[in-house]
Design a protein around this ligand. Structure first.
Ligand SMILES: [Zn+2]
Length: 253
């Protein structure tokens, strides 16, 4: 049961005003979620955030890189059953990170792309990102954000359709993109582990080798240990021993 659903009258009133749904059980994760933002609204927010992202961080010029990313990602997206305008873009930035928006746009930073040694390693990141959408994490995150702020800020943006400026930043932040972008705001550990599990299942479904997820994270950790400052993806996608252990278990299952 989602406590916030019952305790936040204001929020419910707001939800009603915006034509929002409420708590529901997610068949893919088997738990109830506070996710009352309708998909169309999330997609609209994501379209706006994606356009802003592309204005600030350019896609790489190498068409072969995008083609490779799409070739690996598309089967995973299809296997997810989420009918979205999926797009896979390598962004020209040295960061070790990737993200997905609820409109199916996947940004994969060049740093992480070049670090990957195989298609399956790239697939393990993409499976994870697609997994976030299968588990409806963006809807949950935006809903939680709204619950915390009790309808202020983002709610106004949602209700007004939000255009640029501060509103645009609030929308992007709710979707997990920092104000200046390049900064990917973390999902909760629970969300990360769920996305990992779903990612492994998707990889198996499309014939990619999910063991690559384990080796990839092992290498990421080794790299972090070798550096005074951990790469960005490690702080936002915590790659600790528990995560690795759960990944190993999911791959072995
Ligand atoms: Zn993640």
């Amino acid at each position: 049961m989602c406590g916030a659903c019952l305790s936040r009258r204001k929020l419910l009133a707001l939800g009603a005003a915006a034509g929002l749904a409420g708590c529901s059980e997610n068949a893919d994760t088997g738990r109830r979620q506070l996710a009352f933002i309708p998909d169309e609204q999330l997609v609209g927010m994501a379209d706006q955030a994606w356009a802003q992202m592309l204005a600030q961080v350019r896609p790489v010029r190498d068409p072969a890189a995008h083609a490779r990313l799409a070739r690996i990602g598309r089967p995973l997206a299809e296997a997810s059953g989420r009918k979205l305008a999926w797009e896979f873009v390598v962004l020209d930035s040295p960061e070790f990170n990737a993200f997905v928006l609820p409109n199916g746009k996947v940004g994969f930073f060049r740093g992480l792309f070049e670090f990957a040694r195989s298609d399956d390693e790239i697939g393990s990141v993409l499976g994870h990102e697609v997994g976030h959408l299968v588990a409806r994490h963006p809807a949950e995150r935006v809903s939680q954000e709204l619950a915390v702020k009790a309808g202020v800020g983002i709610a106004q943006v949602l209700l007004s359709g939000g255009e640029g400026g501060q509103g645009g930043e609030a929308v992007a932040a709710a979707l997990g993109l920092g104000a200046m972008y390049g900064v990917i705001l973390p999902y909760s550990r629970k969300h990360e582990l769920e996305a990992d599990r779903i990612g492994v299942a998707l990889m198996e479904k499309v014939g990619q080798n999910p063991r690559a997820a384990v080796t990839f994270w092992e290498r990421m950790i080794a790299r972090a240990d070798a550096q005074p400052k951990p790469p960005e993806a490690l702080s936002t996608h915590p790659a600790d021993e528990r995560r690795l252990a759960e990944l190993r278990a999911a791959v072995a299952a």
